[in-house]
Design a protein around this ligand. Sequence first.
Ligand SMILES: Cc1ncc(COP(=O)(O)O)c(C=O)c1O
Length: 420
Amino acid sequence: MTPEITAVEQRSAANVIIDREKLHLLQNYSRYPLALSRGKGSYLFGVDGKKYLDLITGIGVNALGHGHPRLQKAIKDQAKLLIHCSNLYYHEYQGLLAEKIAKASGLARCFFCNSGTEAMEGALKMVHSHGRQISPEKFEIVSLENSFHGRTLGALSITGQQKYREDFEPLIPGVRFVPINNVAALESAVSPNTAGIVLEIIQGEGGIYPASDAFVRKAKELSERYNALLVFDEIQCGVGRRGVYFGYQTIQPVVQPDVMVAAKPLAAGLPLGVIACNEKAAGTIKAGMHGSTFGGGALACRVAVEFFDILDGLLPQITARGDYFRQKLLDLAASYDFVKEVRVHGLMIGVELKMPGKQIVLDAMEQGLLINCTHDTVLRFLPPYTISEAEIDKAIRILNKLFRKGKLYYKEFRSQPKEA
Ligand SMILES: Cc1ncc(COP(=O)(O)O)c(C=O)c1O
């Protein structure tokens, strides 16, 4: 932004962007009224030059914040050499990235795609193919109530939230939903006809709820007993967010899935998704049964390789910053009776309120803090893995200010007549 551009012109630049989108884009998003132009570290800047502390990072994507010099260099270097060549041919970085993921996850084989939902879609094809190899009746899938797995028809079919599904039914048949951490319900849902059990290891869109170790262990036992594929959705909680490579690695002893899907931070800002699986699951997909034009492109894979190299040294810091954030949030929450619970898993953080959180998110934007609200009442923070203690302190100071105003919202909320 050049200094001679006036504040009015800056504001109208934002309005031009917003108005053009309103005219020419599908109106499927309810965006916040903010147009962004650039980012640096943990900060984003609006087209008006206003600075925002970014604690949502493109919904858990920009894991190293914005403009990380090593990622910038990898993008620049690779863009000069080769951006895309399709999966008709080999390039240097797909195999290298698969090797790193295999080492980090213990899952021998990878398939690369471009998003989370696409990874889940491929995993569902594996589940169906696995079932068909055994019996035509073996196509059932057990998934979790309150889960979120993406927007394609397959991923919606196993998403346990009616609001995402209802406009698109009928979906894939044979899906049974069980409440998270209800071992008895899980046991009674799984049968010889179950081809796959899909677990979102920490429910993200659902409000930051982790699956318990006992529940995951039971899912593993049932998947072995009934020869069903065990699939973990690590799209939001994986690739470092919990301070380990993949969320399931916090379970001790580690419970290995047959299939794991990951995406969001995988290429630290570029679109990339992965299905990682063991040899048993890999055997369900033969040549020609699945594919992608863009998936695993040279640019995205090179950046992801660079990101993994950085992540290796960053994992302990993610855990430490998560612990620091938890303590600060618990201290803050103690002063506000409208905070129901603080849930912190590495740098995947939910603050559940006893009232809707949308107005607090809007107020936060005013104060230069970007967070979001999921499941109506849960303030969600997915900060960059590189966030500093000083930036966490700053976020807490802003939240304290917002929560003081939040007392009024809570009073108002409680005085409203409750629906019968
Ligand atoms: C757990 C989980 N699964 C799947 C998805 C879908 O991923 P994408 O939006 O990249 O398609 C998301 C996105 O929020 C997610 O959080």
